[in-house]
Design a protein around this ligand. Structure first.
Ligand SMILES: Cc1cc2nc3c(=O)[nH]c(=O)nc-3n(C[C@H](O)[C@H](O)[C@H](O)COP(=O)(O)OP(=O)(O)OC[C@H]3O[C@@H](n4cnc5c(N)ncnc54)[C@H](O)[C@@H]3O)c2cc1C
Length: 427
């Protein structure tokens, strides 16, 4: 059996933040990073915009502003980001406040999908130079806490400390690990919404602020704005029964004016928190995803705002350039009627937020603007942690989005550092 001091499962920002912290402080320690993919799959590889201001990406159950800022400064020191310029923010803030909404100004960078991949490659090379073993394309399957070992599809590996950071896609895997370790958890929160796509002229704020963070009443907010060479994409998920459903998402390449398509896309999400007797936000979200897939013939739905306002479904001809002056960047979607698929309470809150947004940034509700549904952000599991370093069991720690300790690249990196500090105390 191979033996390591520390095994880190997941090479996303949480796993990397932990690996760099441990390798810097204890150069002689044997560290292994496992990832089921060749490169981490999340936002570092998709658009890679990073937010460096609390509370973006930091669930307030686990982070106070002071604690988050302490770790954020370490992330800044390590990644040395070039913050984007922001202009005219006060104008938008004043308009938002008049309506009972707000615009949060935050420090941001944007590398783009191509820039993110280059960063991942650079970081993996640095880890290899530090002597960290990388097993990419190898997935952890089970943990054996009595033996302090894990199994992958290839081998059994012993650990002194195990950090599991499998991201949001590792949701079911993490639940299996928690059940083996008897770690109690809840999963009662989910974000449900739509993604809007329009011409940059209809949402010109992105020239002043790349990813504007608007907050509206009823727990609705804008999220993940992409512009320039920007695209809406599909993500495929499977329920624990193996049924497939789709969520949309968005990304953009690094600025390159020769290839810009002149479009912008961003999500408008409502946070839904369930109380008894419905315990699982994930199960609820999966059912909405399945419902949308059913209506879209196995595809997400799309509808022009003009049709939505009139209460009519969109049809194939609504998405030609003849009718409006841009086509959807995600062609493989089904023209339809979102209001048939989305729960009324969620849709009402989102539509109200869209009208508020159109008053703050006039033009975003142009009839040509496209609404894609569903965009679902699974809030991950909330395990019961034993200490402030996200320890869940003897010699086992969790970090990152999958474990509910973060909701973005920088928060995940910070949570990895925080878990690593706990690990270092015990080694
Ligand atoms: C399309 C997309 C775009 C996004 N854009 C942004 C953005 O621009 N800015 C931002 O801040 N956030 C963005 N996010 C969110 C961001 O990706 C996450 O917040 C962040 O990556 C979480 O880091 P993590 O380390 O927890 O998980 P991840 O980055 O998801 O990494 C987890 C890794 O664990 C691996 N893994 C899972 N299970 C196993 C297993 N059993 N064995 C071995 N390996 C396993 C996965 O392959 C994955 O590589 C985006 C997410 C998506 C999906």
């Amino acid at each position: 059996m191979d033996q390591y001091d520390v095994i880190i499962v997941g090479s996303g920002p949480a796993g990397m933040g932990a690996a760099f912290t441990i390798a810097a402080q204890k150069p002689n320690i044997k560290i292994l990073i496992l990832d089921r993919e060749k490169f981490s799959t999340g936002g570092m590889r998709n658009d890679c915009k990073m937010n460096f201001t609390f509370p973006i990406g930091f669930p307030v159950e686990y982070w106070t502003e002071g604690v988050a800022n302490r770790y954020l400064e370490q992330v800044v020191d390590f990644l040395k980001p070039d913050f984007l310029n922001q202009t005219n923010i006060e104008t938008y803030q004043k308009r938002a406040e008049r309506l009972g909404c707000s615009l949060l100004q935050i420090r941001q960078t944007h590398l783009g999908t191509d820039g993110g991949l280059a960063l991942i490659k650079k970081l993996l090379a640095q880890l290899a130079d530090l002597g960290v073993d990388l097993a990419l394309g190898e997935a952890m399957e089970q943990v054996n806490p009595a033996e302090k070992s894990i199994t992958t599809e290839k081998r059994e590996i012993g650990y002194k400390a195990l950090l599991v950071a499998p991201g949001r896609k590792g949701f079911h895997f993490l639940q299996d690990v928690m059940s083996t370790l008897s770690v109690p958890f809840v999963d009662n929160i989910v974000d449900i919404g739509i993604r809007l796509e329009t011409r940059i002229e209809h949402y010109p704020i992105v020239k002043d602020y790349y990813d504007p963070k608007f907050y509206f009443p009823e727990k609705v907010r804008t999220f993940c704005t992409n512009s320039g060479n920007a695209h809406v994409v599909k993500e495929r998920y499977a329920t624990s029964r193996g049924d497939q459903w789709l969520s949309v998402n968005g990304h953009a390449f690094a600025p390159d004016f020769r290839h810009d398509n002149g479009l912008v896309n961003f999500a408008i999400l409502k946070t839904v928190r369930f109380t008894a007797p419905l315990a699982s936000g994930q199960a609820f979200a999966e059912n909405l995803g399945l419902q949308a897939s059913l209506m879209g013939g196995g595809k997400p739905l799309m509808q022009r705002v003009g049709d939505f306002r009139l209460g009519s479904r969109s049809r194939e001809e609504s998405f030609s350039k003849d009718l409006y002056d841009f086509e959807p960047s995600l062609r493989d979607c089904c023209p339809g009627d979102i209001s048939l698929a989305m729960p009324a309470k969620i849709l009402r809150a989102i539509w109200k937020a869209m009208k508020n947004l159109d008053t703050i940034v006039p033009g975003v509700l142009h009839p040509s603007t496209i609404m894609y549904y569903p965009e679902i952000k699974l809030y991950a599991n909330k395990p019961t942690y034993l200490d402030e370093h996200f320890k869940v069991h003897e010699a086992v720690w969790f970090a990152g989005d999958g474990a509910g300790t973060s909701r973005g690249i920088t928060g995940a990196w910070a949570s990895g550092i925080r878990a690593a500090e706990g690990i270092l105390e015990t080694l």
